[in-house]
Design a protein around this ligand. Structure first.
Ligand SMILES: [Zn+2]
Length: 333
């Protein structure tokens, strides 16, 4: 355990708490990934233990879609234990549109997950802030959990969706007209990535701060809050710079970095720092539970910048309460 952590808050205590309904996955490196709305309550229960909290951004959503694809592609939907109103309505009105349909492919588009069915329709899912999928063998026991929203049952598997999220059936021909999906900018993790379109999209918002624009899914799809801070750091950009203050060259650099950082995160378990800095993290003796060890600046407030040693700072940007941006005041002046 990290120094200073009360001794009663052992890993087994955390696991016991988790088995009482907090969905997590333990990774090989013992990091605990949380995907739950009771995070803050648990944070207060755990006192000083800081736990990596992964909300799903492009890389996490793409990995989730890949796991769903691996388990479900080629299988037939036998039943759906549904809670979402739109799925309940579809099951009541047109059950054949779902039941007995073969899942051809599961894939991601920005932060959206799509199940392509053999009748040309799609199941559309968005995990929002706290949704998560877990796949079980058909006969495995699923513990009761009030956050279970859907159980999609096939011949060999049950895919369980937990947490607040979007789940709906899009009949054939309607995906192309979906109000949110059609407005998405180029997918930063897409097989192809249209840099010119991304640049054009940014330039439609000259008076928006770059730290706000990077989260706009209609400009570029798939970037969330940790990627935003990391992309700004890697390109040494002041998060408050307005788009009109950045040259086309700078914006292109930003767009290329957005794709590179996000692909790296997808391929490296959501790490955005390279091996060399990971080695330096290990040298510091930092606990594997310490947040921010995966990133240059995200959740590293007051910790020294890996580049220049200046303490990392944070502020909120954007409408309403805004979202927290982490940055180095020296590297990103
Ligand atoms: Zn710095």
């Amino acid at each position: 355990m990290a120094p200073g952590v009360p001794t009663h808050l052992t890993m087994s205590a955390i696991r016991r708490g988790i088995s009482n309904g907090i969905p997590t996955t333990f990774q090989d490196d013992k990091t605990i990934q949380f995907n739950c709305q009771t995070y803050h309550k648990w944070m207060s229960n755990f006192g000083q233990i800081r736990i990596q909290f992964d909300m799903s951004e492009g890389p996490e959503v793409k990995r989730t879609a890949a796991r769903l694809h691996e388990a479900l592609a080629g299988e037939t939907i036998q039943s759906i234990d549904a809670h979402h109103k739109k799925i309940l309505a579809a099951l009541a009105e047109t059950p054949d549109a779902l039941l007995g349909r073969k899942i051809l492919r599961v894939h991601s588009l920005g932060k959206h997950i799509l199940f392509d069915l053999d009748n040309g329709s799609h199941l559309h899912n968005h995990l929002l802030m706290f949704g998560s999928w877990r796949i079980y063998a058909r006969r495995a026991k699923i513990e009761p959990d009030p956050r279970i929203m859907e159980i999609v049952c096939t011949q060999k598997h049950r895919a369980v969706l937990r947490g607040g999220s979007v789940f709906e059936l899009l009949p054939a021909g309607t995906l192309e007209k979906h109000p949110r999906i059609t407005k998405l900018g180029p997918d930063v993790l897409g097989e192809t990535f249209d840099e010119k379109r991304a640049l054009k999209n940014f330039k439609k918002h000259p008076d928006v701060e770059i730290g706000v624009a990077l989260l706009d899914q209609e400009i570029v799809a798939g970037i969330g809050n940790y990627l935003k801070s990391e992309i700004l750091f890697v390109t040494q950009t002041n998060p408050r710079a307005l788009i009109r203050e950045l040259s086309d060259t700078r914006l292109r650099e930003m767009i290329r970095a957005a794709r590179a950082v996000t692909l790296y995160s997808f391929e490296n378990a959501s790490f955005t720092i390279p091996d060399e800095i990971r080695a330096r993290v290990q040298e510091t003796g930092m606990s594997p539970l310490t947040v921010g060890r995966r990133h240059y600046v995200f959740r590293r407030t007051n910790k020294p910048c890996w580049n220049c040693g200046t303490p990392i700072r944070q502020y909120r940007q954007g409408a309403g309460k805004g979202r927290i941006t982490y940055y180095c005041p020296n590297c990103q002046a």
